[in-house]
Ligand binder design. Structure first.
Ligand code: HEC
Length: 397
């Protein structure tokens, strides 16, 4: 497929993925907040647990929650499920056009693990599916009865996945896979648990039986998991833009901080939304601050001795240009010669000493601090070359 068509596919699928993803997360946030804002009121209908008054977009809304279900089912019941399914489907499609299509460039890094591109794709598919089955089995086991233990075990499962991905895939592919791993669990929660249980409740209502409250409870547990996983997932999904995260040698530990910090941030948002007394959740602030500080500390650039190198150690402009011609120009030219690119990626054209100086900081971030470039280290740039480039970059003003 031509890079042109692939690029358009990528853009359209990504756009779609964002739209349905926002729909999913928006609805999920809304219902969690709604649940907490329900109040039992005088003269409410039979079977109503509580209701909420809301105002939005010029209208007033009065929403009632029935536990377990209303006595009679309305014909035009609205189900919230397609947002989740489509987010998952478009996520997988994006995984294919962005990663599987050029697995050699985007997924494999021989410095991490020397695997064939096809092997990388199989690892990806099998691990995503396995993640769901393991998580689901844990929830259904006796561990699932204990909320705190379940939370801990789920966290450890995600940490194990992070360790696996960061030790098998390139930096570019690893954290996004952690995101896909969690996202798959979230979508499958909706598809295999939340919606089927809701359907069982509907079925017993239609049969004139009293629905089993257990189904609602199980669905709620999964739904709450989804809520707390939402914010960390978003960080994973954009992590590729931040080599400081994705390229960190202990990126999997950063994932742990992101999950803890993100889940607690979500807790804070919910508590704030429902106007809970601040003292009931004030503890979240120092914890979020500590996780953020720890992540920043971990990613702090090492104070490289590069700046103090002797002038004699620094290679000539010509040698640097030679290095760029060898390792970068096939992609970062005005018209790339590399078969996968029609345009210079990210508009970064490096074809002269001036342009190297211009992109000095970005080059430092992607070649020295991280080894995201050359992409997939296709041209086998060595550590010695990176050190030489670092010294030269440090000497430029
Ligand atoms: C095989 C093609 C290829 C080669 C070779 C390559 N790059 Fe890249 N480069 C890319 C792609 C693709 C991107 C965009 C990455 C993305 O979307 O995250 C990129 C992005 C960049 C960026 C911008 C990063 C940003 O965050 O905006 C810089 C800087 C860069 N490359 C520098 C280099 C340097 C320096 C070399 C040589 C040492 C090099 N690249 C070699 C494909 C390549």
């Amino acid at each position: 497929m031509s890079p042109f068509i692939l690029e358009w596919l990528n853009l359209l699928i990504r756009w779609f993925h964002l739209i349905v993803g926002i729909g999913w997360i928006g609805a999920s946030f809304y219902f969690v907040a709604l649940d907490f804002s329900l109040k039992a009121r005088e003269h409410q209908k039979k079977g109503v647990l509580g209701s909420a008054w809301e105002v939005h977009g010029g209208g007033f809304y009065h929403t009632e929650k029935f536990l377990v279900a209303p006595p009679e089912l309305p014909k035009d019941l609205i189900w919230y499920k397609w947002e989740a399914y489509l987010t998952f489907a478009s996520g997988i499609a994006l995984m294919i056009v962005q990663f599987y299509w050029h697995a050699d460039l985007y997924m494999v890094d021989v410095n991490v693990l020397d695997i064939a591109p096809q092997t990388a794709i199989i690892y990806s598919m099998v691990s995503l599916a396995a993640g769901w089955f393991i998580y689901d089995a844990i929830c259904k086991s006796s561990i699932g009865q204990n909320t705190n233990l379940l939370m801990l075990v789920t966290f450890l499962l995600i940490m194990a996945a992070s360790y696996f991905y960061t030790h098998v895939f390139s930096a570019r592919a690893s954290l996004i896979h952690v995101g896909a791993f969690i996202g798959t669990i979230m979508a499958a929660n909706v598809f295999s648990i939340i919606i089927p249980n809701q359907k069982k409740i509907v079925a017993s209502l239609l049969n004139g039986q009293k629905p089993d409250a257990r189904y609602g409870k199980i669905g709620k547990q999964r739904s709450i998991h989804n809520t707390y996983l939402t914010l960390p997932v978003l960080v994973m999904m954009v992590s590729g833009h931040y080599p400081l995260l994705s390229n960190h040698p202990q990126a999997w530990l950063l994932v742990g901080l992101i999950i803890v910090g993100g889940a607690i941030l979500r807790h804070l948002i919910i508590k704030h939304e429902i106007h809970a007394p601040l003292k009931s959740y004030v503890w979240t602030l120092p914890v979020i601050f500590i996780t953020l500080a720890a992540a920043m500390y971990m990613t702090m650039p090492a104070s490289t001795p590069v700046g103090q190198k002797q002038a004699g150690d620094i290679i000539s402009d010509k040698a640097v240009m030679g290095m760029i011609n060898q390792h970068c120009i096939s992609c970062h030219a005005i018209t790339p010669s590399h078969e996968s690119f029609d345009q210079p990626p990210k508009n970064v054209v490096i074809n002269s000493i001036e342009s190297i100086r211009k992109f000095k900081d970005l080059i430092h971030a992607n070649v020295v601090q991280a080894d995201t470039m050359p992409l997939g280290n296709e041209t086998n740039m060595t550590q010695a070359e990176r050190d030489q480039l670092a010294a030269w970059l440090a000497a430029q003003e």
